[in-house]
Design a protein around this ligand. Structure first.
Ligand code: ACM
Length: 776
């Protein structure tokens, strides 16, 4: 699809929804549906559908479908202001839903035909009928007289992936059952079918377990919560924070989700992220405690000890969990489990000896295998985060790849099923606009277009291996989401982009088409009272350096018919500010110019201001070193200590040093360490160079005397960018990094002038001072 087709189509939609000229529906091959269907075409002009709208349902499993149909009918009647009725008799119905005899029960396909005042939905299963109804919802339009119109269309649709998920962390912040149901209802309306409910955390245990009552009386409450990012020194809010779901509430959510063909996947974290459980039952730890339920975010060292008592506890918990959740999958976490307490524990070491294990990573693998055997013996399957690959993967485990896609690739190659949830695209706790214009978030940058660009099947996989990629999921971690409104702000509209990634055929996905279809769906979200975020004006994502007198600024917005207005004096634009008509030139002269822009909807809502500063600079002069003095690669120094900032590396003594590339893959590293990389960067031509530095935890890049990217501090795998103007020649290079407990990783990419994308720094651009410098 191209822009030329999709924009005029959006125009038609707006006209239809305003009711000004219903007959402007034209046969054009595209429909206003998100996620875009596998096949759809308009077969004629739009027609008015008589009131009341009578719906008949028939076929096997129709009863499974009736509760969601009832809810749908009620919502349509109130939103469209016309009566919708469920009518048993096919003869008097103007919407006829027929469910086919799908023996396998996993056929989610449907066909929808609307013409001459009638709609016919033929579905492969009750789930398919449900998806047909979601499509029908998106086709209605109402004119000024309140008449309901539908386009004449033919839709033949089915999902690309069988696993289409959204996750919600209720451990860091707790959300009431009513909100959880609304969250499930919304994701189901975009044809997603898995809800991953992250129920246990260091900061709170949220599910009633009868055999261990202290999990609710003790572990569901923390004494207070860290205020914003006040880690060091710690500042808490002084307010007790509690919450858990009773078994009846869990059953209510599971049943509600089932009516919408959503399977709930509970997550019970082990062996890490278990501090709340240890506060209730300290005997499950290696040290005996005492412990308090976590009050700050991050990764805690204290985890379950691999004792028989722990396994008996977890098996009892899982018994009760399996009783509540009928789905095939149970998620057991497995991520971010520091091994220091196991290293120091006589009991853990005795299990390593008894089982003939090599180290603590194999001990974690032994732990997960035992739990997998238990789940399998009850007819269930285990899912874990990609750390379960370390030390050997449990035989039938499904892997959720979150630290990039590499874990997923490795698991698929070994014949394991995989769900793709990489932090780069699928973490909805990351910023979706510039941090200074956004509510506090954990970090990162994952705007709508980035979500939309995600491809769940990595190119590296063969077509046979690719069949193991069951689908993908977005994760909503709630450290910085204190309210339900904030969860919706972070989840929508990114969930709409996600739905298209997971449902639609790869070749049907088209960003311009999505942008053209988005405004109408945002109106639907408005009607449902969803606190979604308006997409930003694009083109101002980053401050930019320039060597030129003039810079061309090109703006855009993922909203049709929303004019952009901008200012050049730092003030907030309004409707009286200059209107953007196309790319324009600015002149930073010897200083800076700040462009600020917003798009304005006809409803009166406006996007958050987007801004970028353009700065004219002189390029840095190179170091006068000679090529003949240098050898390739960099000098890497390795440090071991409990670092909290890269500044602490300066006064530390390294344990070892040697030539290396500026990357670090976690593998089996020590839990606390630091690395520095020193040498020279060869710059092939004068220009502006952009560096993207991703790390877990902190890192910093210096070129010459300038800090180009400062990504210091305790944090998960997030990236940050910085630019520098450099003359041709050798420039000193210093990269420092430290790892505290939990996930680890470091990667640096460069974008040279004229490159469309960033890449790892070419190895023949990096040098150190030769053999002499390697010994000290
Ligand atoms: C994770 O984000 N720790 C799975």
């Amino acid at each position: 699809m191209n822009r030329a087709i999709s924009i005029p189509l959006a125009l038609q939609l707006v006209l239809v929804s305003c009711g000004r000229n219903i007959s402007t529906w034209q046969p054009s091959g595209e429909s206003p549906i998100i996620p875009i269907p596998a096949h759809s075409s308009q077969t004629g002009t739009s027609f008015s559908i008589g009131a009341p709208v009578r719906i008949s349902v028939s076929g096997p499993g129709a009863d499974l479908f009736l509760p969601s149909l009832n809810a749908w009918v009620e919502e349509r009647s109130s939103q469209l202001g016309t009566p919708f009725l469920q009518s048993a008799a096919v003869a008097e119905a103007n919407v006829t839903i027929t469910i086919g005899d799908n023996a396998a029960g996993d056929d989610e396909s449907y066909r929808l035909d609307s013409e001459d005042g009638r709609v016919r939905i033929d579905a492969g299963s009750p789930a398919g009928a449900f998806y047909g109804l979601q499509t029908l919802r998106q086709l209605f339009a109402v004119d000024d007289e309140g008449r309901v119109f539908l386009p004449s269309v033919h839709v033949a649709d089915m999902p690309r992936f069988s696993y289409r998920g959204m996750h919600l962390d209720v451990g860091r912040h707790f959300f009431p059952v009513e909100f959880v149901k609304r969250y499930v209802d919304l994701l189901a309306s975009y044809k997603m079918n898995r809800f991953h409910w992250h129920l246990t955390e260091d900061q709170g245990w949220r599910i009633q377990i009868d055999s261990y009552p202290k999990l609710t009386s003790v572990a569901s409450c923390r004494a207070e919560t860290i205020v914003e990012r006040n880690f060091d020194p710690f500042v808490g809010d002084g307010e007790e924070y509690c919450g858990f779901y009773t078994k009846d509430e869990i059953r209510e959510v599971v049943a509600y989700a089932a009516e919408r063909f959503v399977t709930v996947i509970p997550e019970i974290e082990m062996p890490g992220h278990s501090l709340a459980a240890l506060a209730a039952y300290p005997a499950l730890s290696c040290t005996g405690g005492p412990f308090e339920v976590g009050t700050r975010w991050g990764v805690y060292e204290d985890i379950y000890c691999p004792s028989e008592e722990t396994f008996a506890f977890l098996e009892s918990v899982l018994d009760e969990v399996m009783d509540l959740f009928p789905g095939e999958y149970i998620h057991i976490g497995g991520d971010e489990a520091p091994k220091s307490t196991w290293e120091a524990s006589e009991l853990a070491q005795s299990v390593i000896r008894r089982e003939g294990l090599a180290d603590e990573h194999e001990l974690q693998s032994y732990f997960i295998r035992r739990i997998e055997t238990y789940l399998n013996s009850h007819g269930r399957k285990l899912i874990g985060w990609d750390e379960i690959l370390e030390g050997g993967l449990a035989p039938d485990a499904t892997v959720m790849s979150w630290r990039g896609t590499q874990g997923g690739i490795e698991a698929a190659r070994r014949g394991h099923d995989v769900i793709m949830t990489p932090g780069s695209h699928m973490y909805f706790d990351h910023y979706q606009g510039k941090a200074e214009n956004e509510p506090l978030a954990i970090g990162g940058f994952n705007p709508l277009e980035n979500v939309y660009s995600f491809e769940p099947v990595p190119e590296e996989l063969s077509s046979r291996e690719a069949t193991h990629v069951l689908g993908g999921q977005a994760n909503v971690w709630t450290e910085y989401m204190l309210t339900a409104d904030q969860v919706e702000y972070m989840a929508y509209p990114r969930a709409l982009a996600l739905s298209e990634v997971l449902w639609s055929p790869r070749e049907a996905r088209d960003w311009d088409s999505f942008v053209a279809r988005l405004p109408r769906e945002l109106e639907q979200l408005d009607r449902r009272g969803v606190n979604y975020r308006l997409p930003d004006v694009t083109g101002l994502e980053r401050d930019q350096l320039t060597l030129e007198d003039f810079v061309v600024v090109e703006l855009g917005v993922a909203l049709s018919h929303a004019p952009i207005h901008y200012t050049l004096d730092g003030t907030d634009p309004d409707l009286t500010s200059p209107r953007y008509e196309g790319p324009f030139q600015i002149s930073p002269g010897r200083g800076t110019v700040t462009v600020r822009a917003r798009a304005f909807l006809t409803s009166g809502r406006a996007t958050a201001p987007a801004s970028a500063t353009f700065r004219r600079v002189s390029p840095q002069v190179p170091h006068p070193i000679l090529r003949s003095d240098l050898s390739t690669r960099l000098l890497r120094k390795y440090f071991e200590d409990d670092f909290h900032s890269v500044d602490e590396l300066i006064s530390s003594t390294p344990l070892s040093a040697g030539p290396a590339a500026p990357e670090h893959t976690p593998a089996k590293a020590h839990e606390h360490f630091g690395l520095t990389f020193d040498g020279y960067l060869h710059v092939p031509e004068e220009g502006i160079y952009e560096f993207t530095l991703a790390s877990d935890d902190g890192s910093r890049l210096m070129i010459g005397s300038e800090i180009v990217v400062d990504h210091d501090g305790l944090h998960g795998m997030t990236e940050r960018q910085g630019q520098i103007a450099l003359q041709q020649g050798f420039h000193t290079f210093h990269l420092s990094y430290f790892q505290a407990a939990g996930g680890a990783g470091l990667s640096l990419r460069i974008q040279a002038p004229g490159w469309a994308v960033s890449r790892p720094i070419p190895s023949d651009w990096l040098f150190h001072l030769g053999g002499r410098a390697l010994y000290f």
